[in-house]
Ligand binder design. Structure first.
Ligand code: EPU
Length: 357
């Protein structure tokens, strides 16, 4: 277990916000987590679990003990006629894990290429892109209960996956709050994910329904693309639309795409005929938050050093760098201004996607 004091967090969050952790523990193994529990100075302190820092906004220094997850390892654990089961350590970089599965002949994660962050964070917000969500490829995970030190495993049903949602985003005391989780099922701040297993179905079938991907397939004139071709197309699409956090700090989509009832949608369409909307299997209608923000004229605008990305209005970016970086406060001021204008024009409340710390 490596313990650092007054550790800089700027390299640990993709937004590039400057902040410090009073105490940061680099966790390389399950034994390191046991060592944290055995340490009298650390055991009772509140903890904050950090993966790749791609979905957090730091609004100040972090007083909780930061557990920086660095557990590595990628392996095939089972192969049947129906699926490959691949296990990855929570600290593996997500995109590298996707590339590893493809290089070893286990396709299925290609639509999720280039999502920033680590494997351990992927179930927390049920990452998704281009027609595939983590829950579609999820087998199970291992975690440690920080309160008791006990290890346990969860299957997909126990993870309570929803759109960018899971039990790991809800406090233990949360009642049914629309998340559909029973009281007491929340695991936020309590469980640390150590390993994730993916179920990659055989025979492999491409998922091409998403408009951008279909367009790429038609342009390439390929009838039956391979998983590697889809991986390459997804990387190209993302690079063209989304800022590379290594160059321009950001946390991916800043707001969730909101859902409305068909009646609400009909009402909005009557006023805004061009609104981008998708019917969902449960009868609700999902609206493109990026379109709503764009329609309010925010694309390319800034408040202080917090900006709205020029090519995708759903992504907020850091227009500063290094010591001159944006603050979490500036990002949240911009986010609130966007929420207000979208509410005033469309009557829709946008909900932030990243965790505000
Ligand atoms: N749009 C605009 N203006 C904009 C941005 C978008 O008009 O500035 C319109 C687009 O033209 C399109 C629609 O909005 O018709 C949807 O845009 P896009 O295809 O870029 O997808 P998104 O809904 O904005 C979601 C995910 C992304 C994921 C993509 C692809 C959420 C919150 N975001 O974005 O996930 O990569 O679909 O599947 O669900 C993330 O969660 O961090 C993330 C990047």
């Amino acid at each position: 277990m490596v313990v650092e004091k007054n550790a800089p967090l700027q390299p640990c969050n993709t937004f590039g916000i400057a902040a410090r952790a009073q105490t940061l523990v680099r966790v390389h193994s399950v034994d390191d987590l046991r060592a944290v529990r055995a340490d009298p100075q650390l055991v009772h302190a509140p903890k904050f679990v950090l993966g790749g820092g791609s979905n957090i906004i730091l609004t100040g220094d972090v007083k909780s003990v930061v557990l920086k997850m660095e557990i590595k390892g990628l392996r095939l654990v089972e192969e049947t006629s129906k699926a490959w089961i691949v296990e990855a350590g929570a600290g593996e970089v997500w995109h590298d894990a996707v590339a590893w599965t493809l290089a070893h002949g286990y396709p299925g994660l290609e639509n999720l290429a280039l999502i920033p962050g680590t494997v351990g964070a992927s179930p927390v917000q049920n990452i998704g892109a281009y027609g595939v969500e983590l829950q579609d490829r999820f087998e199970s995970l291992d975690a440690i209960d920080l309160a008791t030190g006990q290890s346990f495993s969860l299957d997909a049903a126990q993870c309570g996956f929803g759109y960018r949602d899971s039990v790991f985003k809800h406090a233990p005391s949360e009642a049914q709050d629309g998340s559909g989780l029973p009281r007491g099922m929340g695991l936020a701040g309590r469980a640390v994910i150590t390993h994730v297993r993916f179920r990659l179905p055989r025979p492999w079938k491409p998922v091409l329904g998403y408009l951008d991907l279909e367009r790429r397939r038609a342009e390439a004139g390929v009838e039956h693309p391979s998983a590697t071709q889809i991986f390459d197309w997804v990387c190209d699409i993302r690079r063209a639309k989304l800022p590379d956090p290594a160059v321009v700090g950001n946390a991916g989509s800043f707001f969730k795409n909101p859902t409305v009832s068909p009646d609400q949608c009909a009402d909005i369409i009557a006023r805004e005929p061009k609104i981008v909307h998708y019917p969902m299997p449960d009868g609700s209608i999902k609206l493109a938050a990026g379109w709503l923000i764009d329609a309010c004229g925010w694309k390319g605008k800034s408040i202080g050093k917090a900006g709205v990305y020029e090519k995708q209005a759903l992504v907020l970016v850091n227009r500063g760098q290094g010591a001159d970086s944006v603050t979490g406060g500036e990002v949240m001021t911009l986010a609130k201004a966007i929420q207000t204008s979208v509410y005033e024009r469309f009557g829709i409340r946008l909900e932030p996607e990243p965790v505000v710390v």
